[in-house]
Design a protein around this ligand. Structure first.
Ligand code: NAD
Length: 338
């Protein structure tokens, strides 16, 4: 068999396997393989498609965000697409240097130009949500779905106490806030113990518990689940004075009463990012919630606009993960790897 047909067969097999895992993860909120294994297959497919561009089909998972929205929910068309984030494959500190070098190249910066200013924050492991406030009042909440169309989960989101139903301060015509619904580790353990005692469904990890709680049809159930929220970005805005930097946006959201994580910093260049990566690594186990890495974003919104987007991710941000910690959880006597 020729190398070409081997590559085509491998790409098709990877696509089918990834599609099965995507369904379990995004639609059923019940992953069947550890993320590190999924990421390995995804990167193999990306590399194959880079070497053989003719193999890259429009339905390839490398060109799409997330999963199909569930039909039971009312679809919500996002006014501003909800994208994914590129993952830096190098989990060592050198990953920060690779990202900075790419940004400098894309901005055409030379050695004499100063360092780029970045906003660094945590990569929360939960479910991405778009909150739409009109005249200061929460009118709609939607999941990311496939990035273009999400699911209307407003009733469930209203039960999350950390999410304000009305913004503080002057009310803009439209302010869409993006962030992550998550579950604290201690809340997750307590909830799973309760579920187990009541012989009800347990979840493999806090991420799936948060996603499963928001993506079910009975708001009464969501109300009993201990969910939290962190804001990390914007969707559509009308009549809102958009700050000049990402860090300024987060400050402004905080002033409107939205919860923003305190572990965020504005840093200069790759050295700054590498330092943040190491500091967060040291305190990661003591955080009350799961993270699967840190996120670096070019702080200036004008520069973000210049950098723009590629198919499924912005060019101005990257997720810098930590080496996978493969936890093995014992659930109802069954060993589940997550
Ligand atoms: P992602 O979760 O790696 O990154 C994008 C998401 O990060 C955003 O949608 C947002 O919700 C979130 N995020 C958290 N903190 C953020 C912050 N500070 N700023 C901006 N965004 C932030 O990407 P994805 O496309 O949602 O999912 C891909 C990942 O999901 C894979 O790398 C894999 O680890 C996992 N996955 C696993 C399986 C499996 O079967 N185990 C299947 C599919 C996906």
């Amino acid at each position: 068999m020729s190398g070409e047909s081997n590559a085509a067969e491998r790409a098709a097999a990877l696509r089918a396997e990834i599609a099965r895992y995507d369904h379990a993860y995004y639609v059923l909120d019940a992953p069947t393989v550890p993320d590190a294994e999924y990421d390995r297959l995804f990167r193999e497919l990306e590399a194959l498609e880079a070497d053989h561009p003719e193999l890259c089909t429009p339905d390839s998972p490398t060109r799409r965000v997330g999963g199909k929205p569930l039909a039971q929910f009312t679809p919500v068309r996002h006014r501003v697409p909800m994208l994914s984030i590129r993952t830096e494959t190098d989990t060592e500190a050198s990953g920060a240097y690779a990202f900075d070098a790419r940004i400098r190249r894309e901005l055409g910066l030379g050695e004499d130009d100063g360092p780029v200013e970045y906003a660094a924050e945590l990569k929360f492991d939960g479910l991405a949500i778009n909150l739409r406030y009109e005249h200061g009042v929460l009118v709609q909440a939607a999941t990311r779905g496939d990035g273009e169309t999400g699911e209307d989960v407003t009733q469930n989101i209203r039960t999350v106490r950390a999410i304000p139903l009305r913004l503080k301060g002057a009310a803009p015509e439209v302010l869409e806030v993006r962030g992550e619904v998550y579950m604290r580790r201690d809340d997750f353990e307590r909830m799973n113990a309760r579920q187990l005692a009541a012989e009800e469904k347990t979840f493999v990890n806090p991420r799936n518990a948060a996603a499963g709680s928001i993506r079910q049809l009975d708001p009464g159930i969501a109300a009993r689940r201990p969910l939290s929220f962190f804001a990390y970005g914007l969707g559509e805005t009308v009549g809102w004075q958009v700050p000049e930097t990402h860090s300024g946006v987060l400050d402004a959201l905080q002033e409107h009463g939205l919860p923003v994580c305190k572990h965020r910093e504005v840093l200069q260049g790759a050295d700054g990012l590498a330092g943040f990566h190491a500091r967060i690594d040291a305190l990661r186990d003591s955080l009350p919630f799961d993270i699967d890495g840190v996120v670096y974003k070019v702080d200036s919104l004008a520069l973000q606009q210049r950098l723009g987007f590629v198919t499924r991710e912005p060019r101005w941000a990257v997720a810098h993960k930590y080496p996978a910690q493969e936890a093995v959880t014992l659930l109802r006597g069954i060993e589940v790897q997550v």
